[in-house]
Design a protein around this ligand. Sequence first.
Ligand code: ADP
Ligand code: MG
Length: 417
Amino acid sequence: MMDESSVLDGVFEQFLRNPPMFRDREVLRHDYLPERLPHRENQMRCLGEMLAPVLRGARASNIFIYGKTGTGKTAVVKYVLGQLSKKANESSLPLKVCYVNCRMAGTEYRVLSSLCDSLDASVPFTGLSLGEVFDRFKSGLDTRQLLLVAVLDEIDALIKTRGDILLYELTRINEALSHSKASLVGISNDLRFKEFLDPRVLSSLSEEEIVFRPYDATELQDILNDRANNAFYSDVSVDGAVRLCAALAAAEHGDARRALDLLRVAGELAERESTKLITEEHVRKAERRIEHDRVFEVLEHLPSHSKLVVCCTYILSKVNAQHAITGDIYEVYRELCGQCGMTPLTQRRVSGLINELDALGLLNTRVISMGRYGRTKKIGLGIASNLVRDVFISDNRIGQLMNYVPACIAKAPPKKK
Ligand code: ADP
Ligand code: MG
């Protein structure tokens, strides 16, 4: 028998023997900023025009940008701000650009503290009130005599969970500045975001607006071809794959990120087979792989009670091929809670969790009429049961429950066929 290290040696040797496909893999990653952004010329020009007053030392209008994910908002804003900074540098203007992703920052405090960081006005991780941090930001900004352009990306994520107080303060900041000027660029992936905002905040944030429409399949093809030319060596053939990636991503919601993911994974699969032809079959495989990874990730990060509900559905699907009803799930759920020392939620809450899991595609539910007995819900897994098993088996709490036979089922008479 070969030991593991010699097996691995073989793998590595094989990899190195194959002629390389990727000139630069990074080019297909989300955060890579390409030199060209085809089909976004209008948005770039608009944004450039709106920000240009900064080059004469004036305050630019606040700008609100929205469009679905993967429509190039982040890329365009970073690109335009990069160019603006360059221009400002040439004439030694005191322009400061700072970019914060609000979803990653997570809290208003952290958004503000990263704004402070970019001014080198550092604040402690905790210990100050939001108001105090805001005051430091304001005075830090004013003493430095800057033209500030602050980008708040994925701002919808912050507002939905935390409200719009910070945004309210930020949109009014110029009233308190005498030596500096600040403009805001807010970016939202959620088109309904405006409904969450106080009308006063909305009107000052969106002095100007830019909308990013989804890409269609031909546009996505152009984008992918550009990226593929830099990512792969010229003897790698990608045309069929690019067409399919573009078509699949266009059919979803014109998401360039999705298209890039498909192409990158398809390329990696082809690489493993040491072929220089990336086929439609590779793209189909990539699609399944990505979906598998997505579900894996979602399952792994569910809150404990939701995990238990999925686990119950899994257990019930093993003992009874038919779909379970809400009552069954709840009974098994209570037992499992007992098994792992968790306090069960009410049936109403569990019904709510079932609806959420349905929306995530992890469960399938269907309301059926029981005639004069009213209506009930049939519930089954929305994903392969071995996937559920693979994820949960290594979970501290739930792993041991995967083979559990619930007492309520053991007691029940066998179901008639
Ligand atoms: P959004 O911020 O709207 O969700 P991104 O700007 O992050 O979208 O774009 C997603 C991915 O697609 C990034 O890798 C980006 O470089 C790429 N991308 C988007 N639009 C274009 C374009 N017009 N040309 C080239 N790449 C693009
Ligand atoms: Mg973005």
